[in-house]
Design a protein around this ligand. Sequence first.
Ligand code: PLP
Length: 369
Amino acid sequence: MASIRYKPYILEDSTYKGGGKKIAMPNGIKVHKLSSNENPLGYSPKVKEALTGALDNLSLYPDNTDHRLREALVSDFDNQLTADHFITANSGSEIIDIISKAFLGEGDEVFVSQPCFLPYTAFTRWMGAKAVNVPMTSDYDYDLEGILKAITERTRLVFLASPNNPSGNYIPKEKLTAFMGQLPEHVVVVLDEVYRHFAEAGDYTSALPYVLEKKNIIAINSFSKTYGLAGLRVGYCYAPLHISNYIRKICKPFLLSSLALEGAIAALKDIDFVERTVQLVQGERAYVLNGLRALGIKFWPTQGNFVMIHPPIPDTELVASLEKRGIMVRPVGNFGAPGMVRISFGTRDANKAMLEALSRIIKEKPLIA
Ligand SMILES: Cc1ncc(COP(=O)(O)O)c(C=O)c1O
């Protein structure tokens, strides 16, 4: 009897889990969740209104074309792109999945630079393709030269993130432009810019200039961070038409629910909420980094809504000790940064509590070298 033909590369894989475990504290001690890079302001009240309004229409199929959301994105990009440049999906993660399906097959190869967001490698493996790691340098910078040298005929995609999760580094415009200029024509860059609103470096760039130049690039975006809609699951990408129109061919009909569509459209329109979020993140970033500096804790410069630290005690011990004090942070050894811990920026209250807890833990524990 013939048996089921399992795909070996799926059989061997472990289920991708993502972060996000919940903790409960006794005696009403407040829990500060600084482990998933979420928005401390929550989400826009205008989104709530839009979602409530959309509830009346749940018996009807949503907008099959997602056209209104893509038109709202066109406005958000000041009409520099058209609706056809955008693809929407149920999260930035699903965008990564769709890109993988569109470009990867058995024997293909992609490039990642660890430490990086786990789905780049997981979703690549699900397609039977291989993720080749060109690690970041010791001070967490992309080795773009190294990637260019390692590219082969089988290379399909290069995943880059700016700002990168978990290390917080970004790719300055001059470097990205030089890299795009040297990229062989059969390779597509996937630039993950889900944290782009938080970047304030003068030489930061999104993928927009390269998309306008029709380079081989796809920009991943999400509604989970700036718009505070991690639970709604909405994301999008934009790319030059020769790429976006190709990817659209494998997008399922009615992919986004009417709640997701209406919520995302309302989120894009609430510019004031976006500004308040960016202001909060940038302000709290300065506050937390100053606090870490004062405690003598090693951290890496960050353009995201989080920072990666090298704790002076073992990472698991730090995470457990912070948890006991109601503070959730994320060890990022499995991202490819062994011993490091990522801390999201929260409200001032949360950040203050986190810094105080860190200070106490460090005083109590003997330091490692
Ligand atoms: C670098 C990066 N890309 C993409 C995503 C995907 O976000 P989501 O799937 O919530 O849209 C995340 C989420 O944490 C991320 O950190």
